[in-house]
Design a protein around this ligand. Structure first.
Ligand code: SIN
Ligand code: CO
Length: 393
């Protein structure tokens, strides 16, 4: 899978990752025709309707002309409710489909030039003719990939929390979209939409749309974590110091020089790379769903070797989030789902390979299959559900 930033990527219309990041990411939209032709029929409406009936799956239906305009219904949905929907103007949206279908999660490797901790999930929607979630904006970057059928996408102005919205609907529908882009997309087409840009997609016929969505931590949350870690590192009873202060003529004043000294001393507590790393690595490796507990399987080393030899691939659990810190450019500490996972220092290359890839076949793992320590560590991780063997390839 392309991890290099200097080779032209067909799914970015021939741009290199570096060019895309320089000119488009968080800045402007990009339409690429026929970027992922094989994705078009990956999932049927029946697949999505089945997922939408599961208790553990986050699903929504938006009806433009429901009991109220832009009615929002939350799943799970039973088969009867799904059958009773009107002929036109509704959309079923299923969140985190990549968590349930590892083969879909593999598509995320095409975007691996952006770190995993920025990825949210792949949402898949199924819409009937006229189906839409209305003109709106999202706070996050999204790659919209057209599945089967056609959708008309209109893109508009940059918005923020003050942009006027339609009242009386639980959805955040914009009152107005100043269209500067108007295209009908076909199966496999990709449309990148930067955060804050108004967008409005209307199904021209029955269609599916895959949203490869990103997340960004709120700086308030980052600051909270960093402050907690800084207090832990410095001790919470450190006091302000002012040896050598100048005499004041206005004892009631909060002087600029004192403000500056306070600012400098607080920033010194926060301005420490180790504290930042220690605070943020567990935080940024938290899974999308905070109650998520992977299901593991206990396997012997012989069973692992046999399965791989028989053609199984080793997959990283798509619903788990894996992140390592670096020391001198090498992996240092590994975190999975917010928790630190110890590994023997001699396995640093093995751990890096496993963490960076979504799936590995026996030949890619070959150098490690004779290493008992490596396989023991892997077996422990598989028992925790962080990696698993997939024989359905
Ligand atoms: C959709 O799939 O219908 C909506 C995706 C979006 O606008 O973010
Ligand atoms: Co959107």
């Amino acid at each position: 899978m392309p991890l290099m930033s200097d080779s032209p990527l067909p799914h970015l219309g021939g741009l290199t990752a570096a060019e895309f990041l320089r000119d488009y990411w968080q800045k402007k939209p990009l339409l690429v025709r026929n970027a992922f032709p094989e994705l078009a029929y990956r999932l049927s409406d029946e697949d999505l309707k089945e997922l939408a009936q599961e208790e553990s799956v986050e699903a929504r239906i938006v009806l433009e002309k429901g009991k109220t305009p832009w009615e929002l219904r939350k799943g799970p949905f039973d088969a009867k409710a799904l059958k009773a929907l009107p002929k036109t103007h509704w959309t079923l949206l299923v969140q985190a489909v990549d968590h349930y279908l590892p083969a879909l999660a593999d598509y995320l490797a095409h975007f691996a030039f952006i770190p995993d901790w920025r990825i949210d999930d792949i949402m898949v929607s199924y819409a009937v003719e006229g189906g839409s979630v209305g003109p709106h904006f999202d706070q996050y970057d999204v790659f919209l990939i057209q599945g089967f059928g056609n959708r008309r996408w209109q893109l508009g102005q940059h918005c923020d929390e003050n942009s006027p919205r339609v009242d009386g609907t639980p959805l955040r529908i914009l009152q107005q979209i100043d269209v500067h882009f108007d295209e009908v997309v076909n199966p496999g087409d990709l449309l990148y939409v930067p955060p804050g840009m108004a967008h409005f997609g209307v199904a021209q016929n029955e269609c599916t749309t895959y949203s490869v969505g990103f997340r960004a931590p709120s700086l308030a949350h980052v600051l909270e974590r960093v402050v907690d870690a800084a207090l832990e590192a410095a001790g919470s009873n450190r006091l302000f110091t002012d040896a050598g202060r100048a005499a004041t003529a206005h004892p009631a004043a909060l002087a600029e020089a004192d403000l500056e000294a306070l600012r400098a001393q607080v920033l010194t507590l926060l301005d420490d790379r180790d504290t930042l790393r220690h605070a943020l690595a567990p935080f940024l490796s938290e899974p999308k769903y905070d109650d998520y507990e992977p299901q593991g399987e206990e396997l012997s080393l012989a069973e692992i070797r046999e399965a791989l030899a028989a053609g199984a691939v080793l997959r990283r659990d798509p619903a788990s989030r894996c992140l390592y810190t670096l020391k001198d450019g090498r992996p240092d500490e590994l975190f999975v789902n917010g928790r630190k996972e110890w590994f023997p220092p001699a396995l640093v290359d093995f751990v890096q390979l496993l963490a960076d890839q979504r799936q590995l076949a026996a030949d890619q793992l070959a150098p490690w299959l004779a290493d008992e320590d490596a396989l023991h560590w892997l077996a422990d991780q598989m028992a925790s559900g962080h990696w698993f063997l997939d024989s359905d390839e």
